[in-house]
Design a protein around this ligand. Sequence first.
Ligand code: SF4
Length: 223
Amino acid sequence: MAEQVAMDFDEFFSLLRAELEKYGVPVVTRMLDELEDSAFVVLMSCLLSLRTKDEVTADASKRLLKKYNSPEKMLELSEEKIASLIYPVGFYRTKAKRILEICTDLIERFDGNVPDSMQELLSLKGVGRKTANIVLVYGHKKHGFLPIDTHCHRIPNRLGWIKTKTPEETEFALFEVLPERFWDEFNDLFVTFGQKICLPISPFCSRCPVEGFCKKIDVKKSR
Ligand code: SF4
């Protein structure tokens, strides 16, 4: 559910940008700089990232996607070979199977291309809204989408901008409260913010650049 938010978003984002500049971009975005940032690479690394630490995802993505960067090339590999290349990402055997299924689907239904519509992306097995949004924003460079991960869900609720229970509810609530000019940078900024300052348990409120804007909803312990 979206609440009425009366605040200076320009000031908020300018303070946040200035502080987070020193931390650099999140590891997954940085990793994409080293790989071809095609929609296929983004889609595959997103699938690898589920229940897996960022650094582990980044290393596995590099091992797999530097060479096998298209559905056709990926299908040269056996399921076992993919599993061994992506190990130790979480559920690496299931993910290897899913990767081959998706690559086959991409070739059969989309001429080997990754579709650029939400509906078509969601028709791929194992692709949910978060992955679809990330592919649209970082793979296809589309505007008007908000990929919501755990940080992007938690922090706007803490700030008191929205009151939602799931990342999907958060996505739609933010469409209502967050001015569109901030959508493109929202994911990158809030992921870094959530990793470095507004941590899930005991956030660093004492060094938070936007503490003055925060209602600290459900923050029981902070540093
Ligand atoms: S004041 Fe604390 S809870 Fe609020 S956004 Fe900053 S770090 Fe997060």
